[in-house]
Design a protein around this ligand. Structure first.
Ligand SMILES: [Zn+2]
Length: 454
């Protein structure tokens, strides 16, 4: 794994940081441009990265038209009449004409070819969200159209190339090439919700969910987000020809909540089986218990909990209800052994997990149970799915935390529970180097955010 920034990259970052501090308002656009064009490893932190110097860099708050293809710059410089480039994404409702029009192409022959060509019809028309770039002549005739997409898993992407031939006709072909790992620096300010802020910064949902999960031990994202809370994040992107197609892991992040600042860094000690999140001073962020048995999501975060008339008559409500659609995965909050898995009157399908120190957690109203009595389970393991079995008026997870038979607040128990081991001493030098690089990046992101907010 490669946690090192190149010296040039570090210098660039430091210069940027100083410039930003001196001229916070004026520098935003210039900085965004620099970040876009630097490309030379300034943000090379991804653990999967083959070579930091080759990592493309994308940015900060919005998508920009990408100059795809190697010949771009030389074509612009050497060869007037010039070429035009424009990028977009495909829409399910696209026809050949509407797609070309968005790309600034006026070329009936190209449209006719697209309508007739099987590859284009199967892979482009009627497909949603595929990244497309068109190169045209200065009078808007199509020279080349390139589309890129990646399956959800796997390390390859597909590239469809439609090109004008010398005789004036067109050809199409499909190629396959490896995705490269890059990273993106972004940030946001909470106005209404976490997802509203990540949407505004073009941060994918998968990254928003990771943010909420990473900081869940410190911040209650369901109830305690405040207006003006803010965050910065560096996350992996999987890129095709320099264009991000998918997001990967959150590499580091900082979250200001109610005036307190929390930070996190993904680190895999050399020789360790897996990585984990640590605070920037090397303490583990992993606790013996998760704060929530349901992953944070766009749906559950904005889902108002219905009142619970049945509980009121059934008995005093001793537990926490998590509103979520039927089928949402339910996970055990800590390592333990399944003590009961089956049906009980009011609870419907229910699982009891026994942990150490006479701690027991209860997961009720499940639509499905995925574990058996006596089975050992690990923190985060899926044990079933949200439902409305038993005495439930609508789909939700009823969750209880019992200590020696007494009901306790799951959030406080989780927060007070023991943390995993800090970064081992032997890995400290590596960790500290990575942490100081990340501090620079996060502070750059925070400066950009501050500048653009003013
Ligand atoms: Zn309940």
């Amino acid at each position: 794994m490669n946690n090192g920034l190149t010296t040039a990259g570090l210098l660039l970052l430091n210069q940027l940081k100083q410039t930003v501090q001196n001229h916070p308002k004026r520098i935003t656009a210039a900085l965004a441009t620099l970040l876009l064009t630097a490309g030379g490893g300034a943000f090379a932190v991804a653990s999967l990265a083959p070579d930091p110097a080759e990592l493309p860099l994308t940015t900060v708050t919005q998508t920009v038209a990408s100059l795809a293809g190697d010949a771009t710059l030389s074509a612009l410089v050497d060869a007037p009449p010039y070429s035009l480039y424009r990028s977009d994404t495909t829409r399910g409702s696209d026809t050949a004409e509407s797609m070309l029009q968005r790309l600034g192409v006026a070329d009936p022959a190209a449209a006719a070819f697209m309508r007739a060509d099987n590859t284009v019809r199967q892979q482009l028309l009627g497909r949603t969200g595929r990244s497309i770039t068109a190169e045209t002549t200065d009078d808007h005739r199509l020279v080349r159209l390139t589309a890129r997409w990646a399956p959800d898993e796997g390390s390859q992407f597909q590239r469809l190339v439609l090109e004008r031939k010398d005789d004036g006709g067109f050809t199409s072909r499909i190629e396959s090439a490896p995705l490269t790992v890059g990273s993106r620096l972004a940030g946001g300010i909470i106005r209404s919700s976490l997802f509203a802020a990540t949407d505004a910064a073009s941060i994918p949902d998968a990254v928003a969910v990771q943010l909420a999960e990473v900081f869940s031990g410190d911040i209650d994202f369901r109830r305690a987000l405040r207006k003006e809370d803010r965050f910065s994040v560096v996350y992996e992107t999987l890129e095709a020809d320099g264009e991000p197609l998918r997001s990967g892991r959150v590499l580091s992040a900082e979250f200001q909540n109610g005036g307190k600042t929390y930070s996190a860094l993904w680190f895999q000690p050399p020789g360790a089986a897996k990585g984990a999140y640590y605070t920037l001073d090397g303490q583990s962020m992993r606790r013996a218990y998760l704060t929530s048995p349901v992953e944070f999501s766009r749906v559950s975060s904005g889902f108002a909990m219905r009142l619970h008339p049945i509980h009121k008559t059934w008995r005093a409500h001793l537990g926490t209800d998590f509103a979520a659609p039927t089928g949402t995965a339910v996970r055990t909050v800590g390592d333990g052994v399944v003590d009961f898995a089956g049906v009980q009157n009011g609870y419907g399908n229910v699982v009891y997990v026994k942990h150490q120190n006479q701690h027991v957690t209860v997961y009720a109203h499940l639509s499905r149970i995925d574990v058996r009595k006596g089975q050992a389970v690990e923190q985060g393991q899926k044990i079933g799915a949200v439902g409305a079995t038993g005495w439930a008026t609508g789909p939700h997870l009823h969750f209880e935390f019992r200590v020696g038979g007494e009901h306790r607040d799951p959030m406080s128990i989780a927060r007070a529970s023991a943390a995993a081991q800090p970064v081992p001493a032997a890995a400290r030098p590596d960790f500290n180097r990575l942490a100081s690089n990340m501090r620079v990046q996060l502070s750059s992101a925070a400066q950009i955010l501050q500048a653009s907010a003013e």
